[in-house]
Design a protein around this ligand. Structure first.
Ligand SMILES: Cc1cc2nc3c(=O)[nH]c(=O)nc-3n(C[C@H](O)[C@H](O)[C@H](O)COP(=O)(O)O)c2cc1C
Length: 413
């Protein structure tokens, strides 16, 4: 299980090595290192000689408060074997940006500089974040080298599509910083199955619903939708075909995800039932209202005497899914105030779910409107996995990896 410092943040006090290689995106890695330090991670940076043409070691030395090494052999190093001291230091090693050259070298066992040697000597998880020109990215040799490294257990944060430094449009941009941070957090959270959801159909619900009382008022709750959006983003990034059914939130539509906007619980139920018909997975991360006003007033209710509102129960979307159109894997969330694991387990059993992600919304950094969450994953077989405080994107990656393992286990049966 992952250790955490008193602040509870999974990154606090953790030892991260960043290997910078010679790509134009090297300048972005200064921002990543700064974010890691802000979250109290201990960071050591190693660079290839080519990388120093793009960003100077002084930048990283200043950000990390540690010397930055670029050479294995130097009269100044007093016989210290850098790659071995790095091996002892690192709990995770991220190579960002990872050039086609460095990927190719490691895939073929070449360790001719401090970065490639540190990768080969690493005892900790190693993650590559490639970034390059789209033509280089499409080169079958690069893709074969990536396949070799994946086969040997190396992790990848794949590049994004967009405008490249050379002016072209295509795939090859270094993944966004939050994806790089999430990959580091996920690696630190402990062994997690490989996240590959290529070809999987996943439906996620997110956000609150609004139950109208009159034309200007409604009942709702404090759900921001961030957890559901993080799940949809991480699933799409892992190759799944994703439908996100969302109540009203302040979040922007996600590229590459089929967005379905709804307002009420009844609308959410209908949209989810339609979407899950051909899906393998439904993740209910929404917080649909439990009650709605029994009557809707067509005109604004005027302020007068005290008002007694009659509320009626809304439909149960999870139960509707499990009874009418159950996909292979159904996952619920239990946002509770106190004793989240026990309440989550009760929900799992009552609704016949495969997994419940439970959290105590009263804990600092967890729950609504934050970018972080601290959850316990309850599985149907009675086992559970507690995660430290992590970004919602990293929590999403762990949940999806658990789902991927469940799907694979079922298919192998
Ligand atoms: C201006 C410029 C930008 C470059 N950007 C990239 C890049 O984004 N990705 C990449 O794989 N190679 C890029 N290269 C090529 C690498 O720098 C070259 O392959 C080098 O040998 C990589 O060395 P390293 O992997 O040891 O750092 C670039 C070269 C130049 C001159």
């Amino acid at each position: 299980m992952a250790e955490t410092a008193p602040s509870g943040d999974i990154l606090a006090g953790r030892r991260v090595i960043i290997g910078v290689t010679g790509g134009i995106a090297a300048y972005k890695v200064a921002g990543l290192v700064s974010s890691l330090r802000a979250r109290e991670a201990e960071v050591r940076v190693v660079m290839t000689e080519t990388a120093t043409w793009f960003v100077t070691p002084t930048t990283f030395a200043t950000l990390t408060g540690r010397e930055v090494h670029t050479e294995m052999f130097s009269p100044h190093l007093k016989h210290e074997m850098q790659h071995i001291s790095l091996q002892e230091f690192g709990e995770v090693l991220l190579v960002a940006p990872a050039t086609a050259n460095t990927i190719g070298k490691v895939a073929h066992g070449i360790a001719d500089n401090l970065v490639t040697t540190a990768i080969m000597a690493a005892k900790c998880p190693v993650i590559f974040a490639p970034a390059m020109n789209d033509q280089m990215w499409c080169n079958p040799i690069v893709q074969e080298n990536i396949a070799i490294l994946k086969r040997h257990g190396y992790g990848f944060v794949m590049p994004e599509a967009g405008r490249l430094a050379c002016g072209a449009e295509g795939t090859g941009r270094l993944a966004a910083e939050e994806h790089l941070l999430a990959a580091i957090e996920t690696a630190l959270a402990g062994p997690t199955p490989e996240l590959d959801l290529t070809g999987r159909r996943i439906v996620v619900s997110a956000g609150p619903t609004r139950e109208a009382l009159d034309p200007v008022r409604f009942l709702s709750n404090r759900s921001s939708g961030k957890m559901g959006f993080a799940l949809a983003r991480a699933a799409a990034a892992a190759g799944a075909s994703v439908t996100l059914v969302t109540g009203p939130t302040a979040l922007s539509d996600l590229p590459g995800v089929e967005m379905v906007h709804v307002t009420t619980c009844a609308e959410m139920e209908a949209a989810v039932l339609a979407a899950v018909a051909d899906a393998e997975v439904f993740i209910s991360a929404a917080a649909p209202a439990d009650y709605r006003p029994a009557e809707y007033s067509d005109v604004k209710i005027k302020k007068g005497e005290d008002l007694n509102l009659k509320l009626v129960k809304t439909g149960d979307i999870l139960l509707a899914v499990t009874s009418k159109a159950r996909p292979a894997v159904v996952v619920g969330f239990a946002a509770e105030t106190g004793d989240a694991a026990a309440k989550g387990r009760a929900k799992l059993e009552a609704k016949g779910l495969d997994m419940v992600v439970a959290n105590d919304v009263t804990q600092p950094g967890g729950g609504f409107a934050t970018d972080t969450n601290q959850v316990v994953i309850l599985r149907r077989d009675g086992t559970e996995r507690s995660l430290p405080l992590m970004s919602k994107l990293a929590v999403a990656q762990v949940i999806l990896a658990e789902i991927a393992a469940l799907l694979t286990a079922r298919e192998e049966r």
